[in-house]
Design a protein around this ligand. Structure first.
Ligand code: WT7
Length: 661
């Protein structure tokens, strides 16, 4: 499966799948049940966004209603101006007030297989409220108050969601760092956010062994002195060191804490969270999301995109980690608001066996399954026999997110997991957009493998040229959003100029997503890929510059260039071209050491898949690295295109003749 065959099959794609005839019935109804309804509602939502979003916001609880739905002064949007609300209240207390206190909010399954099966915990809305309130009080007792940024670095345990909601409850923005990131990454984010407290676990279970989360935090604390308190949840019982005065056990803190904690009345535009993501420079950016608009948008997209039915009929499972935006929006906030049980699984998809996900689907009667194309490609490789062993008949909707899905993977997903009876929702969105932007409506939109189809309500998406003019059908261009939407980012923490430059400077007056795309003659969107120096590795976003800086910080390396290359499972893999200092030998041991070094600097997800050593990198006469050329070499393609600016042709021959590694 090379990317070339994929592109060709995408261009020739003519398979269209209508929503299965019995889908709405199997779901117990459909929110958007025809294309007529979709088009009508979409038109209204674009023409009268304030009426449309105002009506949605009315379904949530507000301590004080808003005065104005939207104030827009590009690039600054303010939604539900003057309104007061609380995110935790809307995800938890509101459901209890509606009489659902004893119904399941969270289903959690641990990774280790014990003698009588895995550990499972179910929390009702009332359990959740008690636990969240206790922990919120514990945070307050440590001096955390409204507006303080709380860093969270945990595994996928219920306490992660509890910590997130406790922050929301007391108005302290959370900054969740994915548990796969390194101590350096933690320290950088803690410094950038000026965060004084971090919540972690002793360890996290992953494929039968433990990830030393607390050790990583300890190392990070040697690189920053901002942290005053470390809260540690005991999960794996691995050996750790507790630092007197600084470190506190979670269970000690909550032991005597009251389970009464009033929700702070937050302004609609108060920051709900910061989430770091990669960009074109080496420095990750802290994306700022605020309260009112984010809640309204994640509430409605969850309801419509997944066609959720409130109550305990549906069991929704998103396999992402809470450390990414997908987990924030579609494990926690969007799903809890919709009064549907949300499943959290702690570990790896193939532990102890490659059937683990399907075993979970069967045992918990999962109805909605949301995952990334990279996972689907791994399942394809592991073989159909694993899902075939399990009863997947409860499944209603299959979702995908994070990267373009190749049509082969889409067809496999539909046939093997969905048995042809589940619509696939391919959802395009970003950390910055907060929620779904382009997606089918499962009971209405005919789907085509590889296309994320049409814009969500209120989303004015277009493919344009550099001047903002719309491209004709089947012509690539820049993917932009022309009007504000409720869950759009409000800024990059501490970097106003970067916010403007990155998103609002490329095309006048429009949000530029960083992706290129085209629309076909039905108006369906096809995402073509990133236009900046961002690569998408297994659905995780990495900046090539970030990886380059990590590599050059190794003693051996003088200069490095990192590009994406086609990868069968990851979609995009990482290729690194390095030139070494005089005393270093280009051998396997050094390759290994470089890979470990990158894992230490950023995290295991950033380890290069291929490292090539070279005396020098191909550059133009003005000294710019010719990345296009490196991409061709990494992909094993004939080096094509104009090379007249290449400074030294021998560099090229040298790069091509090398063994892979
Ligand atoms: C980038 C955003 C949104 C949560 C996960 C990733 C790519 C995302 C799709 C899709 C094609 C996709 C884009 C986007 N992307 N979803 N359905 N089809 N590409 O969030 O880390 O902020 O990355 O992921 O390139 O810009 P993220």
């Amino acid at each position: 499966m090379s990317d070339h065959t994929d592109i060709e099959s995408v261009l020739k794609e003519d398979r269209i799948f209508d929503p299965p005839a019995d889908f709405a019935e199997r779901c117990g109804g459909a929110w958007v049940d025809s294309m007529e309804m979709y088009r009508e509602l979409h038109r209204e939502s674009i023409e009268k966004p304030e009426e449309f979003w105002g009506a949605v916001a009315n379904e949530l609880d507000w301590f004080k209603p808003w005065d104005t739905v939207l104030e827009w002064d590009c690039p600054d949007a303010r939604w539900f101006v003057g309104g007061k609300l609380n995110a935790c209240h809307n995800c938890v207390d509101r459901l209890i007030d509606l009489g659902h206190g004893d119904e399941t909010a969270i289903i959690w399954e641990g990774e280790p297989m014990l003698a009588d099966g895995p550990e499972v915990r179910q929390l009702t809305y009332r359990d959740l409220k008690d636990e969240v309130s206790r922990f919120a009080n514990a945070l307050k007792a440590l001096g955390v108050s409204r507006g303080d940024i709380v860093t969270i670095y945990m595994g996928m345990v219920p306490e992660l969601t509890i910590a997130v909601l406790a922050c929301a409850r007391i108005g302290a923005p959370h900054s969740v760092i994915f548990g796969g990131f390194s101590s350096q990454a933690i320290a950088d984010r803690v410094d950038d956010a000026d965060s004084g407290i971090i919540i972690t676990c002793d360890g996290a279970w992953r494929r039968g062994s433990t990830v030393p989360l607390k050790d990583n935090v300890d190392q990070a604390m040697e690189m920053t002195d901002r942290i005053k308190h470390v809260v540690v949840l005991k999960r794996c019982d691995n050996d750790i060191t507790m630092h007197e005065g600084r470190d506190h056990w979670w269970h000690d803190l909550v032991e005597d804490a009251s389970d009464e904690c009033a929700c702070e009345e937050m302004d609609s535009e108060d920051m709900l969270f910061l989430l770091y993501t990669s960009g074109s420079t080496g420095k990750p950016k802290g994306i700022v999301h605020t309260t009112g608009g984010y809640l309204v948008h994640t509430f409605l997209t969850s309801r419509y995109t997944f066609n959720l039915r409130p109550g305990n009929d549906h069991v929704y499972w998103c396999t992402a980690d809470v450390g990414w935006i997908t987990g924030h929006s579609y494990i926690i906030y969007g799903i809890l608001q919709n009064h549907v049980p949300t499943l959290m699984y702690e570990g790896a998809p193939n532990h102890p066996e490659p059937n683990r996900f399907w075993d979970i689907c069967e045992r918990h009667k999962v109805t909605h399954f949301y995952t990334a194309p990279t996972a689907i490609r791994a399942f394809m490789k592991w073989g159909e026999e694993h899902p075939r062993r399990h009863d997947l008949s409860k499944l209603l909707v299959l979702g995908t997110v994070g990267e373009p899905i190749n049509p082969e993977a889409w067809m496999w997903y539909r046939r093997v997991i969905g048995h042809g009876r589940c619509p696939i929702v391919d959802t395009w969105w970003q950390t910055e957009t907060g929620g779904h932007m382009l997606t089918p409506m499962p009971a209405a939109t005919p789907t085509v493998p590889g296309s994320c189809t049409l814009p969500f309500f209120g989303i004015d998406a277009a493919v344009v040229d550099e001047d903002g003019g719309e491209q004709p059908a089947d012509t690539g261009g820049l993917l932009v959003i022309r009007k504000p939407w409720p869950s759009m980012l409000r800024g990059i923490h501490g970097d106003r100029q970067r916010f403007i430059d990155t998103y609002f400077s490329r095309v006048e007056g429009m949000y530029f997503a960083g992706d290129s795309a085209r629309r076909d003659d039905h108006g369906y969107f096809w995402i073509m890929g990133r236009m900046d120096d961002v690569i998408n590795v297994s659905g995780h976003r990495l900046g090539t510059m970030e990886v380059e800086s990590a590599i050059v910080s190794h003693d051996a390396v003088v200069e490095a260039a990192v590009v994406g290359m086609p990868h069968e499972i990851k979609g995009t893999g990482i290729a690194a071209f390095c030139s070494l200092g005089p005393d270093w030998k280009p051998d396997e041991a050094l390759r290994k050491s470089l890979r470990e070094h990158v894992a230490k600097e950023i995290g295991a997800i950033a380890k290069p898949d291929m490292i090539r050593f070279t005396d020098s990198l191909p550059k133009t006469r003005s000294g710019k690295i010719m990345r296009r050329l490196l991409r061709d070499i990494a992909a094993g393609r004939e080096v094509a295109g104009d090379m007249t600016t290449l400074e030294d042709f021998s560099v090229l021959a040298n790069l091509r003749s090398q063994d892979e590694g």
